[in-house]
Design a protein around this ligand. Structure first.
Ligand code: ADP
Ligand code: GLC
Length: 546
């Protein structure tokens, strides 16, 4: 009888993920989607993730069987109760600090749409508590690597770097360089940061403290969410003042595209889709278009090119361009449906278009997951006229649901979409339409091009099928994350049965922590979990950006 070959029992790499939002508990955009959908994909790659989040009311409510893990008496002047629980298959640590996080609505903005005045402190507390946990504060768990997301988690790497003793390595994910977390220099003390951290090789950015810059300078690895965006942000045009830093750190900077959770985005099981259909079944979509037109109050015309947009309504997303262009489009047999919320002036323009062109235009100026999903299952094409787009998730949603993306050739959009130029059409590989530069006229021409292709039924159907075949999942991308995290942490595969001689994975030489250009004193860390007297509470002051 053949002997069973001993199988290696891999010990999972223990990862702490730090973020300001996570779907399905709290989401304002793609950041939340990624923070929510990456951990299950990493799990399949031997990485076990625990995510630390601010204890917003929705997060605390969602945690089933939550237990108090630890109480930290003084994190930047605040008592923090850390709850530990499971929700939606994920392991979460939630920081319960009612004075900072128990606020209704959008996590970053007050009722008037302005950033909360104490956002700097709110996210510094998140970072500081995460750093303490990463450094080993909890009795029963210590991560081997830390993954931080966007500016809100940007101070984790500096806090860890300034601590005494061994701390786990940090990989920082840049989802959007436009948001940097800029605060006045006199808030150093509020954030518990030493004066000497305010240098251009650490946290100083044109006279202000930058959370993002701290992460870019002091993390072990940098990831951004598409290969093209990684190239773009190293240029003065797109680098938001940080291109020099990014060029200097290009040896640790990697582009990994986002993925989507295929269970969330499956038109066969999606409760938001009127008539369920299999991915790639483009005929079955017709009924969805008809019923969507009826539901949205548009004439039920099968031959009208029905365009849709699900987006934050901001200039980044080119929503202003679309609002200006719309009257020109409505001279044609074109309908447009917009689901979005954002800048007040853009929303007013869309509202005005609605009353002027009721047969061509409809908008829902709010956040609705249901309508966001339904739209892609019904429209012929999804518009993404972004001025810049680190990755973008809506093109993935469109491709998977059989809607043709019409998108600006920037960032992750150009990494995902194959433009229907004549060569790609004759080769049968096109899956969308790209245009450049992002201007009203170029968007107009792209839509006119779409109209022509829409009339060529076989070509359009081929593009839809190509889109459906495009791999929008996390599979390959999570494997890239896992490899990077394993290399960074020098995590080894541990065998329970040593009958084989597979070599352990070696630590990546690049992961050696870069030396700071000057010798820095290290901030002490107390064993009790109470931060030291250097972390004096100060009244919160105004921040700059959500
Ligand atoms: P960003 O994060 O820059 O806003 P992404 O394309 O990465 O852009 O992700 C946006 C996410 O938010 C997608 O899941 C999209 O469907 C969703 N979304 C944006 N606006 C709305 C809205 N008004 N209603 C529902 N979902 C929305
Ligand atoms: C940001 C970017 C978007 C990206 C998302 C998730 O919000 O604007 O392009 O898809 O983060 O990474």
């Amino acid at each position: 009888m053949a002997q069973n070959t001993p199988t290696p029992a891999k010990r999972e790499l223990q990862l702490l993920s730090v973020a300001a939002e996570m779907y399905p508990f709290v989401k304002t955009g793609g950041l939340g989607d990624v923070v929510g959908s990456l951990p299950p994909a990493l799990e399949r790659q031997g990485v076990s993730t625990r995510t630390i989040l601010p204890g917003y009311p929705s997060v605390l409510r969602a945690l089933s069987n939550k237990e108090e893990t630890i109480r930290i008496n003084n994190v930047l002047g605040h008592a923090v109760t850390v709850w530990h629980g499971r929700a939606d298959g994920n392991t979460i640590y939630a920081l319960d600090v009612p004075s900072l996080y128990d606020r209704p609505g959008n996590p970053y903005l007050d009722a008037t749409g302005q950033p909360w005045a104490d956002n700097g402190l709110r996210y510094a507390v998140l970072c500081r508590a995460a750093a303490l946990i990463a450094a080993g504060l909890l009795p029963d768990w210590k991560p081997e690597a830390v993954l931080t997301h966007d500016w809100h988690a940007g101070l984790v790497a500096p806090y860890l770097r300034y601590m005494e003793g061994a701390t786990p390595p940090v990989a920082h994910v840049i989802h959007n360089l436009a948001f940097q977390g800029l605060y006045p220099r006199d808030m150093l003390q509020t954030f518990g940061l030493p004066d000497w951290s305010f240098t251009s090789d650490q946290l100083e950015y044109y006279g202000q403290i930058s959370f993002m810059k701290g992460a870019l300078q002091l993390s072990d690895r940098l990831i951004s969410v598409s290969p093209t965006y990684v190239e773009e942000i190293q240029t003065p045009e797109e680098g938001m003042g940080l291109d020099g830093v990014l060029r200097a750190r290009s040896n640790v900077l990697t582009g990994i595209l986002n993925g989507v959770d295929l269970r969330e985005w499956n038109p066969m099981t999606d409760p938001s889709v009127f008539f369920p259909y299999a991915v790639g079944d483009i005929m079955a979509r017709r009924a969805n278009k008809r019923v969507f037109q009826a539901e949205f109050g548009l004439p039920q015309k099968a031959d009208a090119l029905l365009l849709g947009m699900v987006s934050r309504l901001t200039t980044q997303k080119g929503a202003d361009l679309l609002a200006r262009l719309a009257p020109r489009l409505f001279q044609e047999n074109i309908q447009l449906a917009v689901v979005g919320v954002g800048d007040e002036t853009i929303m007013q323009e869309f509202a005005a278009l609605r009353s002027r062109y009721p047969d061509n235009f409809v908008c829902h100026l709010r956040y609705s997951e249901t309508l966001g999903h339904r739209l892609h299952s019904a429209v012929d094409a999804s518009l993404i006229p972004s001025r810049f787009e680190p990755c973008g998730l809506t093109q993935f949603h469109a491709l998977r649901y059989g809607s043709i993306p019409i998108a600006a050739r920037v960032g992750g959009l150009s990494d995902t979409i194959i433009d229907a130029n004549s060569a790609a059409v004759s080769e049968g590989v096109a899956n969308g339409i790209l245009f450049s530069p992002t201007t009203e006229d170029m968007l107009y021409l792209a839509i006119r091009r779409a109209q022509t292709l829409f009339r060529q039924k076989a070509v359009w159907a081929r593009m839809q099928r190509n889109g459906a075949l495009h791999d929008v999942s996390w599979n390959g991308k999570a494997a890239q994350y896992a490899q990077l995290l394993h290399e960074m942490s020098g995590h080894e595969t541990i065998m329970t049965d040593t009958g084989t001689d597979i070599a352990p994975r070696r630590a990546d030489p690049n992961s050696a922590r870069p030396r700071l250009s000057r010798q820095v004193a290290r901030m002490p860390r107390t064993a009790s979990g109470t931060t030291t007297s250097s972390l004096v509470p100060f009244p919160p002051r105004t921040g700059t950006r959500p």
